[in-house]
Design a protein around this ligand. Structure first.
Ligand code: GRF
Length: 211
């Protein structure tokens, strides 16, 4: 049996959320070990962050597979190699197929830069600006087969200010992403999350604490 709880992170690019998460492992806020960074993009800056942190980086390059199915089989095999308790999608820019989503049901989380269910999909911050909302934010949710539609774990808000464009808003939201994601992962590993239908119940203290 594994002594410690573990997770892997899937990221496609910059990896600032990945960094925020592993920083919170280092400072003890999250009691679990990140055992791998897995990316579909050989040029992802997240790989460098993993190297700096001494975390194995795995590239499963979408382009080197004949079709989506063989890509996903390789991805599943790579994740399985680490046998993680949790799979974290941190800026992973591909839509996952049903096999992988079902396999990790209740054990796979994603972050999205909007207050879901508003503005699912790409360019959520631009969508928010164009719609004219006055409050925006981010959502951490469990992953289900419908894109950006799984049970919500945590949301954090930011104001949309006069003169904002998508990039300015994205930066403001990102600050909150870096708080929300570690918090959701911590709650998961404290076993404080219970999915009831599409609602996530958060218990106030860990069952193991017994206080
Ligand atoms: C974040 O805004 C995240 O919400 C979205 O993609 C972006 C990834 O940023 N899914 P980073 O790679 O974590 O810096």
């Amino acid at each position: 049996m594994k002594a410690e709880k573990t997770f892997v992170v899937l990221a496609s690019g910059r990896g600032s959320n990945f960094q925020a998460i592993i920083d919170r492992v280092s400072d003890g806020y999250i009691s679990a070990v990140c055992t791998a960074l897995i990316t579909d993009n050989p040029d992802a800056y997240a790989i460098e962050r993993a190297r700096d942190a001494g975390i194995p980086g795995e590239v499963v390059s979408f382009r080197s597979f004949a079709d989506k199915q063989s890509y996903e089989s390789a991805l599943i095999a790579t994740i399985q190699k680490y046998n993680p308790d949790l799979v974290v999608l941190a800026g992973y820019m591909r839509i996952l197929g049903s096999e992988i989503v079902r396999r990790y049901s209740g054990r796979m989380v994603n972050i999205h830069p909007s207050l879901l269910p508003s503005f699912a999909g790409l360019h959520a911050q631009d969508q928010a600006i164009q719609y004219g909302v006055k409050v925006a934010g981010c959502t951490v949710h469990f992953v289900t087969e419908d894109m950006d539609a799984g049970p919500v774990i945590i949301q954090r808000t930011v104001p949309v200010l006069e003169g904002d464009d998508g990039d300015i808003l994205a930066e403001r939201i990102l600050v909150e992403e870096h708080k929300a994601f570690p918090e959701a992962i911590r709650l998961f590993f404290e076993e404080r999350l219970r999915i009831e239908g599409r609602v996530v119940r958060i218990s106030s203290s860990s069952p193991s604490r017994c206080d």
